[in-house]
Design a protein around this ligand. Structure first.
Ligand code: GLN
Length: 201
């Protein structure tokens, strides 16, 4: 299946996601018919089979999702979502901040600034369940933590503070920022699970 990957471009951190997905597609040997593009409207979202939900300020992104008429289209989106940091907060079913209307696409409760109160940012080598090739070098910036996850959620990684990477169905949500480093294994795993980059019979 060709990749039609959108990056929700309501706040910053967009070009890093585009570049990371382009590198992942190149490593997976995807041809020129695969695309990565910015998404700001329901019409653009409808063109995608995968979507990156970048970091930023989850309160602001939540407000912009409503303003752009994207709340219901995102909830109904049939593709997979690759959510990082503030994106993870938005994917939750419950969030510790009334200003955010989470999408409820992953059955989890998120504490949106769990690390921020202790340290603004840090890096750590994280073992990720099912990821070959050793630990993932993870960059955390005012990162959220999953404080509880439902039975349909696959926990991929934890720190002493709590869960920092999960999968549910087609979606993946990460407290950290894989788009800021050179390692595209998590992007490739996400695309493989969607059947993108897999040569059909
Ligand atoms: N904790 C921040 C928030 O919820 C997210 C930080 C980030 O995306 N780097 O708004």
């Amino acid at each position: 299946m060709d990749a039609k990957i959108g990056v929700l471009a309501l706040q910053g951190n967009v070009s890093e996601h585009i570049d990371a997905f382009l590198s992942a597609l190149e490593r997976m040997g995807q041809g020129p018919s695969s695309e990565v593009f910015e998404v700001r409207s329901p019409a653009e979202l409808a063109e995608c089979n995968a979507l990156a939900l970048p970091g930023g300020e989850s309160t602001t992104i939540s407000r912009l999702i409503e303003k752009n008429g994207l709340y219901e289209p995102l909830r109904q989106f049939s593709g997979g979502i690759f959510a990082t940091c503030a994106g993870m907060v938005l994917m939750a079913s419950r969030v510790d901040d009334q200003r955010i209307r989470p999408l409820g696409l992953i059955e989890m409760t998120v504490d949106r600034n769990a690390f921020g109160r202790q340290r603004e940012s840090f890096e750590a080598d994280l073992p990720v369940d099912g990821l070959d090739g050793g630990p993932f070098h993870a960059i955390f910036i005012r990162a959220p933590v999953v404080t509880s996850a439902g039975s349909s959620v696959h926990v991929l990684a934890r720190t002493p503070q709590g869960i920092v990477a999960v999968e549910q169905g087609k979606h993946i949500a990460l407290s950290f920022h894989p788009e800021l480093g050179p390692d595209t294994r998590l992007h490739e795993r996400f695309l493989h699970r969607l059947g993108i980059g897999v040569v059909g019979p």
